[in-house]
Ligand binder design. Structure first.
Ligand code: AMP
Ligand code: MG
Length: 327
């Protein structure tokens, strides 16, 4: 299959929408990471999407809508907390887990009676979903287990020849996936951290359980995807609290990459093949996955990563760093 590259102008977006309406799979930009879309009401399109990603069938997908008011397209009834969260944070990087509408293909929700929905704020994503006129299932546009793609070039690195088209746009602005909140429980439970923090959610719904309280089997049942390997480059990832010295780097075999908010000493810098010092937590979150991919392209054996402080978007970034290093 040839993967068509489309630009984000109206005529080509219509072409992308037509491919989706006919059961094709199309990658598109969102503010979090690039998504790989399929018509959520079409079982064979959804099956192709799982195949293209190599995604385990028990990991449910997030369904994207063009407008918060479109929720009846995917949702049977909206709990009060979900309504409050959508009015506060949609469009934006927040996903609510709510009772599913019958028309959503069972594979989308991995057979669960609930569905995860979100309204992206990226105007290209919204226009595309609006043009299709149906709910669009869209997990991150990468091979399952790999770091998410935050550029269209990285989408093609993983999926060229496996998907029908990619809509090209600038890199994703946030760079980590949406916050996922289970609104079928009271108080709501954060299943995955993202740019919208627990404090922001609690300010809207009063109380929220955070992922820290979720260790153990409860988390597995509520958010099946969390047990699969995620966000992992080919290189091994080592997390550190401060930049390594030249001596510490000597203990790692092969080519080494380093990223963090703090720079390396001159002696340590001479031992790494790629290094990136970020100027803010936001920039670190935005470019983290792309750095992991850059290090892989460079043939790194090890990527030394400075742990993010769990403040603001740092909590979501630290979660992804920990999972990238978990093997
Ligand atoms: P991704 O599509 O890769 O961004 O991942 C989607 C995330 O949403 C995964 O962590 C899923 O486990 C979670 N998710 C999706 N649908 C549901 C659902 N019905 N119930 C609980 N978690 C869900
Ligand atoms: Mg993903």
């Amino acid at each position: 299959m040839e993967t068509i590259r489309l630009e984000k102008e109206e005529r080509q977006l219509r072409q992308a929408a037509e491919i989706l309406r006919r059961g094709g799979i199309v990658a598109f930009p969102t503010e979090t990471v690039f998504g790989l879309g399929a018509d959520a009401t079409n079982p064979s399109a959804v099956q192709r999407l799982f195949q293209a990603k190599g995604r385990p069938a028990d990991n449910p997908l997030i369904v994207h809508l063009a407008e918060p008011d479109d929720w009846p397209l995917a949702v049977s009834s909206l709990p009060t907390t979900a309504r409050q969260l959508l009015s506060a944070f949609a469009p934006g990087p927040l996903t609510v887990v709510v009772p599913k509408q019958e028309c959503i293909a069972p594979a989308v929700t991995a057979g669960l009676p609930t569905v995860a929905v979100r309204v992206p704020s990226n105007p290209v994503a919204r226009e595309l979903v609006r043009l299709v006129g149906r709910p669009i299932a869209a997990p991150s546009a990468n091979r399952s287990g790999r770091p998410s793609a935050t550029t269209w070039q990285s989408v093609l690195e993983d999926l060229d020849g496996r998907i029908d088209a990619v809509v090209c746009d600038n890199p994703s602005e946030i760079g980590v996936e949406s916050t996922v909140v289970d609104c079928c429980q009271n108080p709501p439970v954060v299943l995955r951290r993202g740019a919208v923090t627990e404090a922001q959610i609690a300010a809207v719904v009063g109380q929220v359980s955070s992922p820290g309280n979720l260790q153990g089997d409860g988390a597995m049942v509520n958010s099946p995807g969390v047990r699969h390997p995620h966000y992992q480059p080919t290189a091994r990832v080592r997390l550190v609290d401060s930049p390594p010295s030249a001596d510490e780097l000597r203990s790692l075999p092969g080519r080494i990459a380093y990223c963090g908010l703090q720079g390396l000493s001159r002696a340590a810098a001479s031992r790494v093949s790629v290094a990136r010092t970020f100027t803010s937590l936001e920039e670190y979150a935005r470019d983290f996955y792309e750095f992991l991919r850059l290090a892989d392209r460079d043939g790194a054996a090890w990527i030394v990563v400075e742990r993010a402080k769990p403040e603001g978007i740092g909590a979501a970034l630290l979660d992804r760093q920990t999972r990238a290093a978990d093997r």
